[in-house]
Design a protein around this ligand. Structure first.
Ligand code: ZN
Ligand code: ZN
Length: 365
């Protein structure tokens, strides 16, 4: 079947809207009609040539998708046609050591894509395309393994639900699952984009005493404060480590989160910690990045760790976070700062680079 998709062919070049062939679902695969997709930083990273995947074939990018199931393979048991679903790049096999020890976000089973030797899920006139992390949501339809999907309440608007598939899951989960945040502790969030603002919200839901948003764009101040930050530091005007220390009576914060993927900012997060504080690196750094800091900058018994996809068990976490949304505790409406159609994808990347948006959501109907 032919669908419309945004195709990536070359680093630093705009995506082009093209007709692409999508295969029928095999045994455990699900064909989903895409209703909405968030535009996440990882896609832009990839376009900018900072991805970790081979560039040997054209890609259909996008991984923050939500939609309605159209068809399922013969062995699919978790969803059926008509179900509303959210895709997640933490597709899990259910059999590997990580899955079985309760960390399916770190699955090593490699089930999300078809094997190289199999017919590709996406192609064009016989030329095989690569699917992005088993999802490819910048397209009218997605073909995925059933373990890359979760069924959600059909009453929840899919354009809001899509965000929980990556950015919100990563941010809220970093605060509630990965960091070990306890009620009453203090938090600084370095980087107030889609993920950083989700960390702010997660810290608020988790009962943080103070939440300091840090960003180099003044335009992020209002949004950070609206979503739960108690303070905001403009790091292009103030030295952020000093500012965070000043706001905490010199102590530093119990939890610092890095949500940009910048080695210098990681250092700032580490240097902002209080005694026994924890720095959680959420941003994706370039593969060769080195985080350097003087030993004396480390307060006693601090910890630095990285968090992957909010430590999620997305089959239960996505419905949980959507419950928070329904109850008014997680604000997804404010996170959608811009809307568009698939053809607006390149403009969405530009707006993200310029720090103009928390999230752009593209819709298909
Ligand atoms: Zn993402
Ligand atoms: Zn696994």
């Amino acid at each position: 079947m032919e669908i419309e998709a945004a195709v990536f062919r070359k680093v630093l070049e705009p995506l082009s809207i093209e007709r692409v062939e999508i295969d029928a679902p095999s045994e455990r695969e699900v064909l989903v009609r895409t209703v909405a997709t968030g535009v996440c930083h990882s896609d832009l990273h990839f376009v900018d040539g900072l991805g970790r995947f081979p560039l040997d074939r054209p890609y259909v990018l996008g991984h923050e998708g939500a939609g309605v199931v159209e068809a399922v393979g013969s062995a699919v048991t978790s969803v059926k046609a008509g179900d509303h679903v959210v895709a997640c790049l933490s597709g899990f096999c259910g059999n590997c050591e990580e899955c079985l020890s309760g960390h399916p976000n770190l699955c090593t089973g490699g089930i999300v894509t078809r094997p190289e030797s199999a017919k590709p899920r996406l192609s064009q006139k016989g030329e095989p395309f690569r699917q992005f992390i088993g999802i490819s949501s910048y397209a009218e339809k997605m073909l995925l393994h059933e373990n890359s999907l979760v069924r959600i309440d059909p009453e929840i608007p899919l354009d809001r639900a899509a965000l929980v598939g990556c950015g919100v899951l990563t941010g809220v989960g970093a605060a509630l699952r990965s960091s070990g945040l306890k009620p009453g502790e203090t938090v600084a969030v370095f980087g107030c984009g889609g993920v950083g603002l989700s960390i702010v919200q997660g810290a608020r839901i988790g009962g943080a005493r103070a939440i300091i948003g840090v960003d180099k764009f003044e335009s992020k101040r209002e949004m950070a404060l609206r979503l739960g930050a108690t303070h905001f530091v403009n790091s292009s005007e103030e030295e952020p480590v000093k500012a965070v220390r000043a706001l905490t009576g010199g102590k530093g914060v119990d939890h610092a989160f890095e949500a940009i993927g910048d080695a210098k900012v990681c250092r700032q997060a580490i240097e902002s910690l209080a005694i026994r504080g924890t720095a959680t690196i959420v941003g994706v750094l370039p593969p060769d990045a080195t985080i350097e800091f003087p030993w004396m900058a480390i307060r006693p018994e601090c910890r630095v760790h990285d968090a992957r996809m909010g430590g999620n068990r997305f089959r239960t976490d996505i419905p949980l976070y959507l419950d928070f949304y329904r109850q008014g505790r997680l604000d997804l409406d404010a996170m959608v700062t811009k809307r568009g159609r698939l053809s607006d994808i390149n403009e969405a990347f530009r707006a993200m680079k310029a720090g103009e948006v928390a999230r752009t959501v593209l819709t298909f109907e």
